[in-house]
Design a binder for this molecule. Sequence first.
Ligand SMILES: Cc1cc2nc3c(=O)[nH]c(=O)nc-3n(C[C@H](O)[C@H](O)[C@H](O)COP(=O)(O)OP(=O)(O)OC[C@H]3O[C@@H](n4cnc5c(N)ncnc54)[C@H](O)[C@@H]3O)c2cc1C
Length: 511
Amino acid sequence: MRHVPVLIVGGSLVGLSASLFLRHHNVPHLLIDKHRGSAAHPRAMGFTETTMEHYRACGIADRIPQNDPGARLRRVQVESLFSDWVAETDWTPGEPSDRSAALSPCTGAAIAQDELEPILRAAAIEAGAQLSLGVELTDLTQDEDRATATVRHRDDGIQETIEADWVIACDGADSTIREGLGIARSGVGHLRTVRSVLFRCPDADVVLDRGAQQFEIEQPGFKAFLTTYGDGRWVLMFDDDRERNTEELRAAVQRALGRDLPFEIVTTGKWELAGRIAEEYRRGRIFLAGDAAHQLPPTRGGFGANTGIDDVWNLAWKLAAVLGGRADVGLLDTYHAERRPIGWLRHQQTFSRPDYAHWAPSTFRPEPLFGNDAMEFGQLNRSTAVRGAGPDLPAAAPPKVWAGQPGTRAPHVWEDGEEGTRSTLDLFGRDYVLLSANRAWIDLGERLSIDAVMVGRGFRFPAGQPFAAMFGVSGAGATLVRPDGIVAWRSQKLPDAGAEASIRRLIAARG
Ligand SMILES: Cc1cc2nc3c(=O)[nH]c(=O)nc-3n(C[C@H](O)[C@H](O)[C@H](O)COP(=O)(O)OP(=O)(O)OC[C@H]3O[C@@H](n4cnc5c(N)ncnc54)[C@H](O)[C@@H]3O)c2cc1C
């Protein structure tokens, strides 16, 4: 019987990201997936700035082609791919679809899931992760001390038992782990089944020069959605749940293209358009992450895979702190406390936005929309791992409004110095960091063995974006940023015994 500190079940986008993030925090683990490689039909294509920030922290952002700054994802209504645009879809009515480039050191990335997964797989292995592919979980039990997994090697049918301290279930929307635990889900539920055909037509890519990437096709008797993976591959999604033979598929592609271009059918797909959020993200030693925890349709915000990648970014440092004996096991409760409300917020925002509102059932009550910057960079984390994020605060707001509010992502500012290319975010990502313009706080950080950065020396803020305004901290005060870049706590005063005790308690997750 093997024993591992962490077992990750599922090696798609979220499982592989979990593996990479755990290695980033030096946590030994095993990842299993029943498949050896990526699915032939990629799903995700749009990755957000936040996802890229996490990959940047792990040193792999430059392996992933990022969008040009200012590039916009645009969806238009057309008769066929090359015809005139009838109208353009607003993602958030009244807001430009691009996000403010000043808010992140990264732009988003447009890369097909089956091109990103091999990059993540290679990076995780390079960082020392152990991946067992072609290995299926067949049973999982747990008691107070451990989780016990039974797995089957699909090549030779050999069964193996693996003990783990903790398990991360990244086994997708139909998660057998979640079902086995009997964890219910809430939300709009199943809305419809979507069928698609993936085809290769490099000649169609010239249309992308016009600036739109997603096309709602409408002709008499024919409605479909056409989008690109940006590498000569296109996917056509049908408006009905009817199985088509090859001849029908070819005719539909031809109709959508509206031009006689050579193309080759690669494969077909069948998807569920649904909204379901698990009631519990943790049961005992098992955590749900990614689609296992929240099933959300792809929308402008890329709330699907991106939400899952953010889940495991939140979880990885907590597991590292508990396994390393630096924090009390109670820290792990904050995963559900912080991530479940964010999953629910994203569910509500998805079905309140125009691209999905018409699919929501009549019982769904739309909520006021948060803007793009608030949803991407300004979601609030409320738990015992944060001090000062009271119930009166909104679930999200733009970084400018938050100004370093505990519970939100620490703001990005480029350093005003010779290096010039360093972001505040580059200070975070591994351990707690104390940031202050006052020497007394730096001394306290050193006494507590916390990384302490002296504003003006360790990091120079530009005149137009001073520390005090960006992080909302006075000259006498300090801010404490968690290893995941979320502000944990801040003070406006010089350090005293109470402040020291608060920091100690936060870091050790005690009280
Ligand atoms: C058409 C489409 C387009 C999309 N576009 C976007 C987008 O642009 N941006 C975005 O953010 N999201 C998008 N999504 C959503 C995104 O694809 C999913 O959120 C994402 O793939 C979920 O990743 P996951 O790792 O949680 O689960 P999955 O990708 O479902 O992976 C689960 C993994 O678990 C493995 N597994 C399952 N059971 C077992 C077992 N018993 N033993 C071992 N292994 C097991 C499977 O083999 C699989 O590899 C899109 C979805 C669709 C359908």
